[in-house]
Design a protein around this ligand. Structure first.
Ligand code: SAH
Length: 366
């Protein structure tokens, strides 16, 4: 098969493989999402009904509003610092933060303390975010990396950010773990394979139940740099973080790499750069990395449970009281955000709280 001419990135990936050899899954994912010219996030706004996928803040304003009230409550727990960096990682269209800031108006002390920092690598989405914050009376600064955000007391929010960070895969082959790679097969197609040499010293980093998984098992892990940077800031500067994503509470085997385009699943090796590629978040690994650097871990909780604790039922009733004609839509949004079942987010999505070691309790996690 010839390279897909609609996917200029495929030509580039084939070129790299022909020069450097088979490409680790993490490198493939990083190129698909972040290639400066052809990366999926670099060129488009992928969100909403017209786009490829929908997220919790795009489903209902209630989500961002509850996160805003959580942030204000967390600021109280922090001792009401006069200035606080409210940081969002991967803000998409800026919807969650807009809803959060509007809801937080009921606590003017918090609103006045906030300096907003948005961490976004996509020029297309940065542009979209600038439009959405026009007329919002809070100081906003954009950054390409969390490392560039000034130090100081902080509240860090991330919804569906970690799933988009490149994931490594190892595949168990003949009793050893090998990095999973993408090569060009005998039919001249992109295909999964395994690196010839096993990964050195790999097993001792694995949880015991995974070490001796049967042949063919896949184990996924991410670089811990983002988790360490969050943990470092919380532990040093007094801060809190809320990380929300789909994933599993305990590390486990399983291939969760997925491509989504036009709201349906597609083959991750077809049309690189044209579909969103993500993988589930390993919350045990994320918590362990932040804990090891001195942050305190709260939860994780399932998203449904967390939103119920924050009072989503009351929020829905208040909205319905103002807009009776939207009752059905509001009930459907609550079900989608909190319900069980594969169509809903309530159980698949987890919420991890993180804080400075002195903050023993966080709103919603007690
Ligand atoms: N939080 C939003 C958007 C989720 S999509 C929502 O819930 O609707 C993922 C977001 O993370 C996008 O804004 C994407 O451009 C951004 N992103 C992905 N990788 C990133 C990286 N390495 N650094 C900064 N932002 C990134």
């Amino acid at each position: 098969m010839m390279a897909d001419l609609n996917a200029p990135l495929e030509r580039e990936i084939r070129r790299i493989i022909s020069v450097a050899g088979a490409m680790p899954v993490s490198e493939y994912m990083a190129l698909c999402l972040g290639h400066p010219e052809h990366g999926y996030y670099m060129t488009r706004d992928p969100l909403g009904a017209q786009g490829d996928f929908t997220t919790a803040p795009e489903i209902s304003q209630m989500f961002g509003e509850l996160i805003g009230l959580w942030s204000a409550a967390a600021w109280h727990h922090m001792g009401k610092p006069e200035a606080v960096n409210l940081i969002e990682l991967g803000p998409g269209r800026g919807t969650m933060m807009n809803d959060a800031l509007r809801a937080a108006k009921v606590l003017p002390g918090f609103r006045n303390a906030v300096k907003l920092h948005l961490v976004e690598i996509s020029p297309a989405l940065q542009k979209r975010q600038r439009q959405s914050f026009e007329g919002v009376d809070v100081h906003v600064t954009w950054h390409e990396s969390l490392n560039d955000v000034p130090d100081g007391p902080c509240i860090i929010l991330a919804n569906e950010f970690f799933d988009a960070l490149p994931v490594h895969q190892a595949v168990r082959t003949d009793g050893a773990w090998h990095e999973r790679v993408i090569a060009i097969d005998d039919n001249d197609e992109l295909a999964f394979g395994a690196a010839r040499e096993p990964l050195a010293h790999f097993e001792k980093f694995l949880p015991p139940q995974i070490r001796s998984a049967p042949d063919g098992s896949v184990f996924e892990w991410r670089n811990d740099a983002a988790a360490y940077e969050i943990g470092r800031r919380l532990a040093r500067d007094r801060g809190v973080a809320l990380i929300i994503d789909y994933g599993h509470e305990r590390s486990d085997i399983g291939d969760t790499l997925q491509a989504v385009s036009g709201h349906t699943y597609s083959d991750p090796l077809i049309g690189p750069g044209l579909a969103d590629i993500t993988a589930h978040v390993d919350f045990q690994a994320l918590a362990a990395a932040t804990d090891s650097i001195g942050a305190r871990v709260h939860g994780p909780l399932e998203q449904g449970e967390f939103l119920r604790r924050l009072g989503i039922a009351n929020r829905a009733n208040a909205l319905k009281a103002n807009a009776a004609h939207r009752s059905e839509e509001i009930d459907a949004a609550v079900a989608r955000l909190t319900g069980a079942g594969t169509e809903n987010m309530g159980r698949l999505f987890k919420v991890l709280g993180l804080s400075h070691g002195d903050l023993k309790a966080l709103p919603g996690f007690d």
